[in-house]
Design a protein around this ligand. Structure first.
Ligand code: F3S
Length: 284
């Protein structure tokens, strides 16, 4: 049986940088906080918790802290949250991915010029909430998740529109939603801000899944980019499994396996990918 592990599986540049930043700050000592979990991965988060890293979930908690270092994760935060942090006595270490920062700059500039901002992405994802938080004012922005919302898009007054995307959104769906928005008749400027790492990971996963008898997608259940990888792989490989660790793997004896493909979301550590690969090699 052949096992094909995607070269792009696992930590992307932005996540690696954020995780390395936290471990480096832990080494320096002192009280360390992260604004939200540093990544969507329970093993990494719990290891950091054991090393004393505390997760802050709200701006109210910031006002109760008088010392320590707070690390901003790769998803980034809103302008309001940034202002609150800067006004606090805490040391700020900003690990926002530069590609996400670029979107903040675009939406801040264009919204200040009076343009309406459309963010194509998942409304409840922290990256999208952070992006919306750089629009001035924030209600000059709309999040669009699907075809229905794109089709019903309508503004009260005529304005130019800038469209950006959540970095981990699916390329094909982004293009479809943009096409629907173009039919609304507004003057639309589209900036495709999907991260290359995401696009390359999705392309490679699709290619491997299309020739595999079984495809394994590894990642945390809350990870949006892993969920999208699973959707992509499921379309081309009926036997696709979404697992968090090797313990969730299932082997259907009715399916003969000549080729098993493995990919993983951007917040999946290397050791978990290796464990899954070894488990498949020995037990499947
Ligand atoms: Fe950054 Fe792209 Fe990763 S935006 S956090 S390098 S998926």
């Amino acid at each position: 049986m052949e096992i094909v592990v995607a070269k792009s599986a696992g930590f992307c540049f932005g996540v690696q940088k954020a995780v390395d930043t936290v471990y480096a700050e832990v080494e320096k000592g002192g009280r360390i906080y992260t604004f939200g979990p540093i990544i969507h991965n329970e093993q990494v988060v719990s290891d950091l918790r054991q090393k004393g890293v505390v997760i802050i979930d709200s701006l109210e908690q910031i006002s109760e802290l008088s010392e320590g270092t707070v690390i901003i994760r790769s998803h980034g935060i809103s302008k309001k949250a940034q202002d609150v942090l800067e006004a606090s006595p805490l040391k700020i270490v900003d690990a926002t991915c530069p590609f996400v920062k670029k979107i903040h700059r675009i939406v801040e500039k264009d919204s200040l010029e009076g343009k309406h901002i459309v963010v194509i992405g998942s409304r409840n994802h922290p990256e999208v909430a952070g992006i919306i938080g750089w629009c001035q004012p924030e209600d000059h922005a709309t999040v669009i998740e699907n075809e229905e919302e794109a089709g019903h898009f309508c503004l009260e007054s005529e304005r130019d529109i800038t469209v950006v995307s959540q970095t981990t959104f699916r390329q094909g769906k982004f293009k479809e939603l943009v096409e629907i928005l173009r039919k609304t008749g507004y003057n639309i400027n589209v900036v495709n801000t999907i991260c290359n790492a995401t696009a390359a990971r999705q392309e490679e996963a699709k290619k491997i899944a299309s020739k595999a008898d079984m495809m394994i997608v590894i990642g945390d259940s809350k990870s949006s980019n892993t969920q999208k990888l699973y959707e992509i792989c499921s379309r081309v490989c009926k036997c696709t499994q979404y697992v968090q660790t090797k313990d969730n793997l299932k082997r259907d004896p009715a399916i003969s396996l000549r080729c098993v493909g493995i990919t993983a979301g951007a917040s999946t550590p290397k050791n978990i990918i290796e464990e899954v690969q070894n488990y498949v090699r020995i037990n499947f």
